[in-house]
Design a protein around this ligand. Structure first.
Ligand SMILES: [Zn+2]
Length: 269
């Protein structure tokens, strides 16, 4: 394992019948010479609970840095009970399923409250999510909260919002995922972002290293290849270097493109 494991988001890697799609995530990692994979364990736009995977044992034994990304629909912050309660349940199920594949963590977006709501309620909903789970022995894998690109009243879009969120969840061992495209979209200064975030959270567990198709502060979430976006590639490399933690590429492209990005990054680091 390299000092900075470099992984790639490969999706579920399953067919509609739940069989491995062309060898699944492990085959993709081998093709790209990746040190890790980020996978979905269920439809990222749906509410279905994860099913046992045919490659669970192989993923666990692989030595790769495996990370699970929770569905995008989850929003444990919201004041809407019909979203928040299923979100909390599904988060717990995904954490169990993530443990079954030997994942280092479960990535989940910070979520948001409605425009008319006080963001403090969203922070409290997050706090309760961790507090209730702690009463049941805690999450079986670290829950890693990711910064998001846009949206009013988001829990992890601005650094001051992140500070409020961490006042609620930091004590429970919440982890943090820094997405460079989202940080750029939110207008964060990428030259100081690692120190700025660590001053709030005390930790960065994972970097989603993505370039952006849009200018700084755009609030738009359109990922670009490492060497073909609005963010200088050297700046992305510097973020990965200073963060000193596993990296996952969520960049567009095929296996050959990702193999080239991994090689570029490995050489630069
Ligand atoms: Zn991301």
């Amino acid at each position: 394992m390299h000092a900075h494991p470099i992984g790639v988001h490969v999706g579920a890697g399953l067919t509609d019948d739940g069989a491995l799609d062309a060898g699944g995530p492990l085959a993709r990692a081998a093709e790209m010479d990746a040190d890790g994979v980020q996978v979905f364990l269920a439809d990222p736009q749906g509410w279905k609970a994860p099913k046992p995977r045919p490659d669970a044992d192989d993923l666990r034994a692989s030595g790769l840095a495996v990370v699970v990304h929770a569905p995008y629909v989850l929003n444990v912050a919201t004041t809407n009970n019909r979203i928040r309660i299923p979100s909390r349940k599904l988060l717990g199920k995904h954490a169990e399923a993530a443990a079954a594949v030997g994942a280092r963590g479960l990535v989940v977006h910070g979520g948001h409250v409605l425009t008319a709501d006080d963001p403090a309620v969203g922070v409290d909903n997050w706090r309760k999510t961790f507090a209730r789970q702690a009463d049941d022995g805690g999450f079986p894998v670290p829950v890693l909260i990711e910064n998001t690109a846009g949206g009013g009243n988001a829990m992890a879009r601005d650094l001051d919002a992140l500070a409020r969120l961490w006042d609620g969840v930091g004590e429970f061992g919440a982890g943090f995922v820094l997405d460079t495209c989202h940080a750029w979209a939110a207008g964060w200064d990428l030259t100081t972002v690692v120190a700025d975030v660590r001053a709030i959270t005390g930790r960065i567990d994972l970097v989603h290293l993505n370039n952006s198709r849009d200018p700084a502060g755009s609030s738009r979430d359109r990922h670009a290849p490492l060497a073909a976006g609005e963010i200088p590639t050297e700046l992305l490399v510097e973020v990965a270097r200073t963060a000193g933690c596993p990296v996952v590429l969520e960049t567009p492209g095929d296996a050959a493109d990702h193999a080239a990005e991994i090689a570029l990054l490995r050489a630069a680091l």
